[in-house]
Each structure stands twice: as C-alpha cells, then as structure tokens.
Design a binder for this molecule. Structure first.
Ligand code: UT7
Length: 339
C-alpha cells in the first residue's frame, strides 16, 4: 500500500517596503534633548524611515506582500491564508490589518487574521504558517510583518523616539514534499510576567479613549529600556544556543544570522556570545531603526536584494519583544536567488 507523502513548509520568497521619508539623528537633535553621538553609541541607529500621514500599516504591508507574491511564482488565486503581525494596526482592533491588506491585494474569500506578538510577530507567523501547511489545511500562506510605529511614538520622549521606525516585510510560505526545502526548527515562547516592560496602554479595555488618555499620553509606547535590554541579551543568546544545539549545527556554519534589529549592542552581544564572524550577522538597525514585526523580513529582503541570499542558504532568525515574547527559527531559503 502506498503511503501519503509528508508535506513540509518552505520559505519561498521575500519582499519589503520602506517609506520614503527619513528621520535622521540630526532631525531628532532638534526635537528632543539628545545627540547623534549618544544615539549611535548606545543603539547603532543613524536614521529611520517614517510613513507619510496618509500611508498606513496596510499600505506598507501591501507593497511588501506584492513583491513577495511576484517573487514566489504563486498566483494570487493560489493563496489560501493571509496573516499579518503588527502592534500598530490600521484600526484598534477591528477590522484586522490582514483583512484590509487582502482587499487591497484584490484577494477575496480567503482566511485572514492578525496576530499581536510585537517584535516576535514575524517568527510567530512562521510557526502558524508551518502548522497550517504541515497539517494539510493550507498550501500557500502569505505572511506579513508591518508597522507604522511612528503612530504610537511620543516625539517628546527621548528614551523611545530615537529607536523606532516604520516599514513592512512579507514572505510566501509554501507546501513542499522536498525535505531539503523544509523549515528545520522553530522555537517560540512568552512570559507575561514581564508584560509591563513594553506597553502601549491605550486604547483598550483598561484605558478606553478619554481625555485622560490624551492628557497622560497613554496612547504612546512606554518601555523599560534598560531592563528590556538586559533580558533581551540573555534570552536571545540562550534561545539561539538551544536551537543550534538541538539541531547539531555549529554557529560558525550559519551563513546568515538575522536577529531582530532593536539595538546594535544587543546584536553584538549575542553575536559575540555565539562567536559569530561579522560577515554572518545581518545588520540593518543603523538605517531602519527598530521596526518591530517588520524588522526580520526587512533584513532578509536586504540580503536578498544585495544578492547575498542564495537558494538553500540556511537562515537563523532570533527575536525578542513586547509581551514579553521571543522566538528563533532555523530554515533554508527555498526561493530563487535574485538574478
Ligand atoms: O524591540 C523590542 C525590544 N526592545 C529592546 O530590546 C530595546 C532595549 N533597550 C535599549 O535599546 C536601551 O536600553 C536604550 C537604547 C533604550 C537605552 O540605552 P541604555 O544604555 O539602556 O540607557 P539608560 O536607559 O540606562 O539611560 C542612560 C542615560 C540616562 O541618563 P542618566 O539617568 O544616566 O542621567 C538617560 O536619561 O541616558 C539617558 N538617555 C539619553 N540621553 C541622550 C536616555 N535616552 C537618551 C537619549 N539621548 N535619546
């Protein structure tokens, strides 16, 4: 009796979008009590991109998604699930940004929903796409990490406004019978005990819209920066060491280590702990700042566009964010390299 072939999830294509307007450190020097020197030394960030007033999370997501679709060889009619990770949705919280994106892509009658896992959102989406595909429920899953972080940043708060930027990244995750194309492993986890490290307090059931919300700035992102920093270094390092050990892969054999881009010092500390060479570590934080759920797909897109990402190349993703959430993934790039 012939046995049904096992189905795996594979990472077929990548796309990203960065808005035109640049907010430089020099611009921020005119807005808050900071200096280019402090920002570069403490974060590695030189500039970040900011969406136009009439450009929303869904608009950026659509542009990234369209590229990922075009590069995947998958027809729009063949997409059977659309997922968006964002903590800066077009609307809090209905309709989902995934629904708005599917309409703007002219894809109708397809399951679509958002998830909220802050900076870990994109890797969380990989776990969901994998589960849907490997259970046989879906074949072609479009995943999008998109953020208009500038919509929740207080540009009078120097401890947060220097960090965040806007942008989007997307990938097509497809069913395959070819094991060499399959995701190797993913870890995703969370600990709500640290929920108060990164918070956008309003609007929500705790603080519905009110004059008090506006007066106290509760609609802006708040972060315990230093505490988050320390936990990020510890958790990211442990998580990535575990996924490498479980899968018997040495850090030196990873061609592309693509960590969440929050702060150059966090990335350097994790890279050093793993004894990674500079050429292995993908760095985009200097030009995009922290784009939350969009940061990892935007970084993957950068190495794709530079022609550094080849078919079959192993990617190690590692992320950490509000919730607190964290996740890591080990997977080959199963798409066509850029011509
Ligand atoms: O993506 C999700 C995860 N997010 C992260 O992983 C972010 C993690 N945190 C960080 O990246 C860093 O903690 C920050 C960049 C936010 C802050 O760097 P830090 O080295 O942890 O600085 P700090 O908060 O301990 O502040 C040190 C000093 C303080 O002054 P005093 O109290 O020593 O006089 C701050 O007021 O730096 C001051 N400071 C600034 N000075 C100039 C804070 N922000 C600024 C600023 N410019 N923009």
């Amino acid at each position: 009796m012939s046995q049904a072939k096992r189905i795996y999830a594979s990472f077929r294509s990548i796309g990203a979008y960065v808005p035109k307007k640049i907010l430089s450190n020099a611009d921020l020097e005119k807005m808050v009590d900071t200096t280019d020197e402090w920002i570069v030394k403490r974060t590695g960030i030189k500039e970040r991109h900011i969406a136009a007033d009439d450009e929303f999370t869904s608009d950026m997501g659509v542009k990234a998604a369209q590229l990922a679709i075009d590069r995947s060889g998958v027809l729009k009619e063949e997409i059977d699930l659309i997922l968006c990770a964002t903590v800066t949705p077009d609307y809090f919280n209905m309709p989902s940004t995934a629904c708005i994106i599917s309409d703007k892509l002219d894809i109708h009658n397809v399951q679509a929903f958002d998830i909220s896992a802050a900076c870990s959102g994109f890797v969380y989406l990989l776990t969901i796409a994998k589960a849907f595909i490997e259970s046989g429920m879906k074949k072609n899953v479009l995943i999008i990490g998109a953020e208009k972080f500038s919509s929740v940043v207080d540009y009078t708060d120097r401890s947060t406004c220097i960090l965040f930027g806007d942008g989007a990244g997307a990938a097509m995750i497809c069913a395959t019978e070819n094991k060499s194309e399959a995701f190797i492993d993913i870890h995703a986890s969370a600990d709500g005990a640290y929920a108060d490290f990164l918070v956008t307090p309003a609007p929500g059931a705790v603080h519905p819209a009110s004059q008090k919300v506006i007066d106290e700035g509760l609609h802006f992102v708040q972060m315990k920066g230093n505490e988050t920093f320390k936990l990020a270094v510890k958790t990211l390092t442990k998580d990535v060491q575990e996924i490498l050990e479980t899968n018997h892969i040495a850090a030196k054999d990873i061609p592309h280590f693509i960590p969440h881009q929050a702060n150059y010092r966090i990335i350097k500390a994790v890279g050093d702990a793993l004894k990674m060479r500079e050429d292995q570590v993908v760095l985009t934080v200097g030009k995009y700042g922290n784009t939350s759920a969009a940061s990892i797909p935007m970084a993957i897109n950068d190495i794709y566009e530079e022609g550094r990402l080849k078919t079959g190349d192993l990617m190690l993703l590692d992320t950490f964010g509000g919730g607190l959430t964290w996740a890591s993934a080990l997977l080959p790039f199963a798409g066509k390299a850029k011509d």
